[in-house]
Ligand binder design. Structure first.
Ligand SMILES: O=C(O)c1ccc[n+]([C@@H]2O[C@H](COP(=O)([O-])O)[C@@H](O)[C@H]2O)c1
Ligand SMILES: Cc1cc2nc[nH]c2cc1C
Length: 343
């Protein structure tokens, strides 16, 4: 629902995507004010719940309502395959993408356990896995139609009435496009942005750095959404679409690791403030992620050594959001509990 109306979000050109970015709503000032007014009345020294206080205010602001809710959290994991995987940039073969999608569907992956732990409804969106994107060292990974179809899949994945969106991905080879997008957007050397992903070492890591550098060199000078089309993949583009839909539907977002953050970074570059409704759930052990969240001016919620993807770090951080809501809504005020508020 947008302003009480159910709205269908459709893109049929890159101009439509830009128009959606231009129409992103701001956070709701009245909800932010209500959260700020309640917090100091709760039975605790001012500020003593640290970033939990920030999280409940953030949730109310971007849900556009106070009190904030954690009743209908959803997770969306997008899967795609990549032309660059054929260049030996991953420690695993591309068929693992479809195999892991089946594992998600049977409930056997880490993300299934984490979502179950926190009561998050998980959906997996597999994007044309039989047709890897083009090798970005030779040309754009996606043509315009492919970009729009993937962006639309992301837009369509966000239900009205969700309280929180946890974003994840699966795609053998996709830390290579993540590194290339980050490097193209923020500059520096390919080696600064390229890590081991699923575990490449030695000559394969050197090769991966060369592939990232070649992709960045080939597509130099493009605007941010074109960088995403040229160097991204279907799951990355869908993640960007889901992030835009979430903002329009007033659903706050938890981003996951390097791949998810790189997928949505072009939105911020195209339209500063486009990620204000997003928290970075965790900082991945993939070194480029710390650099990227710094470039985006974000402070990750968790630093737990995860480097799995799937939305695992974001789902773990959803537990913090749930705790923040429980404290903000469930705690007694000084008046209610008869506790002196004199410090
Ligand atoms: O997002 C991250 O921080 C992250 C770091 C390392 C690996 N991954 C996951 O591992 C896969 C990509 O790794 P690779 O080596 O195949 O590029 C993909 O399925 C991601 O979900 C994800
Ligand atoms: C087994 C496996 C599980 C994953 N989950 C996300 N990326 C992954 C990559 C591999 C290789």
């Amino acid at each position: 629902m947008l302003g009480g109306r159910a709205v269908t979000l459709t893109v049929s050109s890159l101009a439509d995507v830009s128009a959606l970015l231009a129409a992103l709503p701001e956070g709701e000032a009245a909800a932010a004010a209500a959260a700020a007014a309640r917090e100091p009345r709760l039975t605790k020294p001012a500020g003593s719940l640290g970033r939990l206080e920030e999280l409940s205010a953030w949730l109310a602001t971007w849900q556009g309502a106070h009190p904030p809710r954690f009743e209908r959290p959803v997770a969306r994991v997008f899967a795609g395959n990549h032309g660059v995987a054929a260049l030996g940039v991953s420690a695993f073969p591309p068929e693992v993408t479809v195999q892991m999608v089946a594992n998600f569907q049977h409930g056997g992956a880490a993300i299934n356990q984490l979502c179950r732990t926190f009561g998050i409804a998980l959906d997996v969106v597999a994007l044309d896995l039989d047709h890897p994107t083009a090798d970005f060292t030779q040309g754009p990974a996606l043509d315009e139609a492919g970009f729009l179809a993937a962006f639309q899949a992301g837009l369509d994945s966000v239900p009205d009435g969700a309280d929180l969106l946890v974003l994840g991905e699966m795609g053998i080879g996709n830390t290579t496009p993540a590194a290339a997008i980050a490097c193209a957007l923020f500059g520096g050397e390919a080696a600064d942005w390229t890590g081991r992903g699923t575990g490449v070492v030695g000559g394969a890591l050197a090769r991966k750095i060369e592939v990232v550098a070649a992709g960045v060199a080939r597509h130099r000078g493009l605007p941010p959404l074109e960088i995403l089309r040229a160097l991204g993949g279907r799951e990355l583009v869908a993640l960007a679409g889901a992030t835009v839909a979430a903002r329009l539907r007033r659903v706050p977002v938890l981003l996951d690791g390097y791949v998810v953050t790189a997928a949505v970074a072009p939105l911020e570059a195209a339209r500063p403030g486009a990620l204000d409704h997003c928290q970075v759930g965790h900082v991945s052990a993939e070194p480029g992620h710390r650099r990227l969240v710094g470039a985006l001016g974000k402070a990750p919620l968790l630093d737990f050594g995860l480097r799995l993807g799937e939305g695992s770090g974001a789902a773990l951080a959803a537990g913090l959001v749930k705790a923040a809501v429980a404290c903000h809504t469930g705690m007694a005020t000084f008046d209610e509990a008869g506790v002196s508020d004199k410090g």
